[in-house]
Design a protein around this ligand. Structure first.
Ligand code: TXA
Ligand code: MG
Length: 346
């Protein structure tokens, strides 16, 4: 199969391919999704095949607006309605008890279905044309970083899917927040683009799934138990002041090894000032922003991990950010990318 590269002139084509059961990668504000008709079991089977994804890991159904929700779910509570009104379109995925219309394939056999309305005009236009909910996991092969550009999608999916719609780079860079509502309480199953603080604006009781704070607990979102987004080389994340992080990077230099650095500009300046001339040749720097900032790190994270993999660096050091706001989602992904090698410097 030759994968077609579509442009925004091809919205009709993209929507139609999706409706008839083909796989089309689509841009969203978070990461690119690998779309398929979310009411057609055979189309969703092809998602699992193309990704090499474990079959118990449910999919998110993407919809252009709230109109489709009543047909896909058993009921909508007042708090769920408030969440949709406040955060849609946007990076918030809500799980509901599913209706009979939703195939088991979409939910990995669970009774709940995950719904999301992306804040991305081109994406929503494609969803409108498709006229059916579109199941779309991140468009990477299982175990690889989520793609934030059409090129990254093609790297993993060339020849495995019908088409990719090129909508340019994704704006946020980490996946949506997944939540479950029970009575008047919200549980965050996966931290993402909508932060706990934002959810607290509409609800007094917002908690993280225990699996996010206690590694031995089973996560409610099946996908959270897999080892995700890990680059090939040993990766360490440092959190601290620019001086502390710069010193940790220098101490971690190994003779003969090429070192990837994903740092803020301030910290990179400090590192440069400390490096010997011959050491500087073994360093591959990637700067994510002027200072440590969760938004900028989120935006560069997956594309940098992919670039370091291409460069085949031997070791990777990343400057992490405080776990607050969007930083919770970023540090959650970095914990996984580094196999929990996150060091808080004192
Ligand atoms: O931002 C995003 O959410 C992106 C874009 C493409 O929309 N999609 C995405 O999908 O990240 P995926 O499949 O890579 O991750 C979906 C997560 C998984 O952790 C999955 O286990 C969880 O959502 N999930 C899906 N349905 C669920 C359900 N019914 N109950 C609990 N967790 C669910
Ligand atoms: Mg994913």
């Amino acid at each position: 199969m030759k994968t077609q590269r579509l442009t925004p002139d091809d919205i009709e084509l993209a929507g139609t391919l999706l409706r008839v059961g083909d796989l089309v990668a689509i841009p969203t504000e978070t990461v690119y999704g690998l779309g398929a008709n979310g009411l057609a079991t055979d189309a969703m089977d092809r998602i699992y095949e193309a990704k090499g994804r474990p079959s118990d890991n449910p999919l998110i159904l993407h919809i252009p607006d709230q109109n489709m929700v009543p047909r896909l779910v058993k009921s909508i509570s007042p708090l769920e309605q408030r969440l949709m009104d406040t955060f849609w379109p946007g990076p918030l995925t809500i799980t509901f008890e599913k209706s009979h219309l939703v195939p088991e394939r979409a939910t990995g056999g669970l009774s709940r279905v995950a719904l999301r309305c992306p804040d991305h005009d081109l994406c929503r236009k494609i969803l409108q044309v498709a006229g059916v909910p579109i199941a779309a996991p991140s468009a990477n092969r299982s175990g690889r970083p989520s793609p934030t550009t059409a090129e990254a999608v093609l790297h993993d999916m060339e020849g495995r899917i019908q088409a990719v719609m090129d909508g340019g780079p994704c704006h946020i860079g980490v996946e949506s927040t997944v939540v479950q509502v029970e009575d008047d309480r919200i549980t965050i199953l996966r931290p993402g683009g909508v932060t706990k603080e934002m959810l607290e604006m509409v609800c007094d009781h917002v908690v993280y799934d225990t699996a996010l704070v206690d590694a031995s607990a089973a996560p409610k979102a099946p996908g959270m138990k897999y080892r995700h987004y890990a680059p090939d080389m040993p990766t360490t994340v440092f959190v601290g002041t620019p001086e502390q992080v710069a010193h940790a990077c220098i101490e971690g230099m190994r003779e003969g090894a090429s070192i990837g650095l994903l740092l803020s500009e301030v910290t990179w300046q400090l590192v440069q000032a400390m490096l010997e001339d011959e050491q500087i040749r073994s360093v591959v720097p990637n700067i994510y922003g002027p200072t440590v900032e969760a938004e900028a790190l989120a935006n560069h994270l997956y594309s940098s991990l992919l670039a370091f993999n291409e460069d085949k660096v031997d070791l990777l050091y990343i400057e992490g950010c405080p776990s607050e706001g969007l930083g919770v989602a970023v540090m959650n992904r970095l914990e996984k990318a580094s196999s929990h090698q996150v060091i808080y410097l004192k």
